[in-house]
Design a protein around this ligand. Structure first.
Ligand code: ATP
Ligand code: MG
Length: 693
């Protein structure tokens, strides 16, 4: 890679994956089935295989093969996956494989950023104006709350958003949702959906689901755009295909078109997004929808030791199966899987943190090779605390609520308004932050005027006719505010988003306002630091040339892509803390799977809804992240909803082959034999319940 003078070394921190060029050509480190999958260029291909069998490796090798051997131009190759982290990892591997080659135009990203890219390039056809805003889930909730308030409806915004999101992901428009509504509650949500869509259009905004849904509509309705994108996407590669929802599947179909150049890889046993509308049946649907689809199965697992794999296989055998798969490993049996009983969540966290430190001291595991996985983000805090106490560096994936902090949302709202004067949600958020004495009555009058004129709130402030609706000081304040925003929008165009935001916050004395909020001085300081952090991200994005326009900067910040990458690459050797959902596709030498308890994993909601199978797949994903060492922990008591409750070990522990496990007690019942007995008894009970032997 050529040395550049610009200081951007962290962006290219890739993991070398062997002697790159030779491997890309030679394919000598692939097994025959993998090689067949890489070389298959005659039509659509599905690689259907269990965890750790090299599906992602097939994808990365194939990208390199397409460009390096098959003569594809990088800009004609598009690879998508689900999480930012997975996309980054894939990009790094490909960069290493194609080291020295110009890969300009190659797309390796998440479904959502591909959608955003399509919308940006086809903005006018998609019915969007320049600088359109991207609303995150909280913004969507806020917008829905606003609509509900207007309608005098007391429905919960969160429930409505879920319902709307499901419809969108199944490509059901508001009208169809309403006519198919099964009961009054659903009809109410459907009507809300229509209002919500209208509001989004009025605000020149899209939500996360729209990043897929609107490109689908665009490509479906505009043949010339479809042709453009099909021409560009000469080969589409999709990782984790089992987690595509209806809209994503439609997008794949539209991009692939009749040419059918698709390589999809997936594992139905790792489908963990049914709750977000994922349809693992899409794997089977591919077979019907793409004539000539070749299916390749991979059976050798290269990741995990024999015991870990045996445990994973036994666990998932309890689920019904769409496809039959086998998985074996020749890495030897390895260490037993340890099952550790802990007294409570603090003990569990302290114990895991201690073990990580011990491993490190014994030179048996870099921090970066250790991961603590759990079911829900709320479980992270004790681990953070315990790791901090031992000075163990860690990186918390996802769940970073940076963007949900009030001060960050304020600054983002300012940025959004600078980019898109029609973003009413952003306008309403900051019109009185800091206080400008623009009262609710004034805002109501402004809103009524704006809607009668079919314009957004900020542009309405500048209209002459507004003086008939709002008078005197109130009118003056609105106009001053609008003028001030417009001035900074021009500044953003001239000097960049960071400079404009910095000037804006300074002039508004936002820092002083934070201090006035009554919070302790220390808290205000921290909040101001968060704003500074956001500013430095914006600056860095501009410097790196990633976010050319203000709108790009805002959209990418909302997708959190930058934030996560930055966080991750800042620290080097750090323990990974993440939910099972975000661990998909990753691997670590040492994995601690915490909170193996009934009502946590499987989650209580799933027990109640009888969707245990999805929880079992989650556990399967967790177990199969480990290469060498796997530790499963559970607490005998856990604080939940403010109360210390007794917990029962997860049924999944009993489903594991007991000869792969070593039970260790930390709580009252420390005798491993007793535990083993208990485990066997549990297994027997379960079998009899299931009508087995
Ligand atoms: P998951 O289902 O968890 O996403 P996967 O099927 O995508 O797993 P990969 O992550 O591609 O599997 O591969 C798992 C591990 O096995 C990686 O460390 C990869 O480098 C290694 N691996 C894959 N194929 C081979 C091979 N033919 N020879 C040696 N190592 C391999
Ligand atoms: Mg993978």
């Amino acid at each position: 890679m050529p040395k550049t003078a610009a200081p951007r070394p962290r962006r290219r921190a890739s993991r070398p994956d062997g002697p790159a060029r030779r491997s890309a050509r030679g394919l000598d480190d692939l097994n025959p089935a993998q090689r067949a999958a890489v070389c298959h260029l005659d039509g659509p291909l599905l690689v259907l295989a269990g965890a750790g069998s090299g599906k992602t490796r097939v994808i990365t090798r194939k990208i390199a093969y397409l460009i390096d051997v098959a003569g594809f131009e990088p800009r004609h190759v598009v690879a998508v996956t689900f999480t930012n982290k997975a996309a980054r990892e894939m990009k790094a591997r490909v960069a290493a494989l194609l080291a020295g080659r110009d890969t300009t135009g190659l797309t390796v990203c998440t479904f959502h950023s591909l959608g955003l890219d399509i919308l940006r390039r086809e903005r006018a056809l998609a019915g969007l104006k320049a600088g359109f805003s991207l609303l995150d889930e909280q913004d969507s909730d806020a917008l829905l709350r606003e609509i509900l308030r207007h309608a005098g409806d007391d429905a919960a915004a969160g429930d409505a958003r879920w319902a709307i999101s499901r419809w969108k992901n199944d490509l059901v428009p508001p009208g169809a949702a309403l006519s198919a509504a099964a009961d009054p509650a659903e009809a109410r949500h459907a009507r809300l959906y229509a209002d919500y869509e209208r509001a989004l259009r009025a605000y020149n905004a899209v939500d996360f689901d729209d990043l897929i849904v609107r490109p689908v509509a665009l490509l479906r309705d505009h043949p010339e755009a479809r042709e453009r994108w099909q021409n560009r996407t000469r080969h589409l590669l999709v990782d984790e295909c089992q987690d595509t929802n209806g809209a994503q599947y439609a997008l794949v179909r539209l991009l692939v078109g009749a040419r059918g150049m698709l390589t999809a890889v997936g594992d139905d046993d790792q489908s963990i997004y049914a709750w977000r509308g994922a349809r693992p049946e899409n794997l089977a649907r591919l077979q019907q929808d793409l004539p000539g689809l070749e299916v390749v199965k991979l059976e050798q697992n290269y990741r995990s030791t024999g015991r870990i794999l045996a445990a994973a296989n036994a666990l998932i055998a309890n689920n019904a199966h769409l496809f039959e798969k086998r998985l074996w490993s020749d890495l030897g049996p390895g260490e037993p899987i340890r099952v550790v009983a802990c007294r409570d969540e603090a003990h569990e966290a302290a114990r895991i943190a201690g073990e990580i430190l011990q491993r490190r001291h014994a030179k048996d595991g870099a921090f970066g090779e250790c991961a603590i996985l759990y079911r829900g983000n709320h479980q992270a805090r004790p681990f953070e605390q315990a790791l901090r106490e031992l000075n163990v560096p860690y990186f918390l994936s996802g769940g970073t609520s940076f963007f949900s902090r009030g001060e960050v949302k304020d600054a983002m709202a300012y940025l959004r308004l600078l980019a898109n004067p029609e973003d009413n949600a952003a306008f309403l958020r900051i019109v009185n932050v800091p206080r400008r004495e623009i009262g609710p009555t004034t805002l109501e009058k402004l809103a009524a005027y704006a809607s009668s004129r079919h314009v957004a709130l900020l542009p309405a402030c500048d209209e002459i006719g507004l003086s008939l609706a709002v008078e005197g000081r109130a009118l003056e304040r609105l106009r001053t505010f609008a003028g001030w925003i417009a001035r900074h929008a021009r500044l953003a165009d001239a000097d960049g988003a960071a400079a404009a935001l910095r000037a804006l916050l300074r002039e508004a004395d936002y820092e002083g306002w934070l201090r006035e909020q009554g919070a302790a001085a220390k808290a205000a300081e921290r909040r101001w630091e968060n704003v500074q952090e956001l500013l430095s991200w914006v600056e860095r994005m501009q410097r790196d040339g990633d976010g050319a326009s203000l709108a790009d900067v805002v959209a990418r910040l909302t997708l959190q892509d930058v934030l996560e990458r930055d966080d991750e690459e800042a620290g080097g050797d750090r323990v990974h803390l993440m939910t099972l959902h975000s661990a998909k596709g990753l691997e670590f030498a040492n994995v601690w799977l915490a909170g193996m308890e009934e009502e946590l994993l499987p989650h209580r909601a799933s027990i109640e809804a009888d969707t245990i199978e999805e929880e079992r797949r989650l556990a399967y994903v967790g177990v199969t992240r480990a290469r060498r060492n796997l530790v499963l922990t559970f607490a005998e008591k856990r604080r939940r909803f403010g109360e210390l409750l007794s917990c029962e070990p997860s049924r999944f522990l009993r489903e594991l082959p007991q000869d792969t496990l070593r039970w260790e007690g930390g709580g009252a019942d420390t005798n491993p034999e007793t535990r083993l007995e208990r485990g066997r008894a549990g297994l027997a009970t379960l079998r009899s319940l299931l009508g087995g032997d």
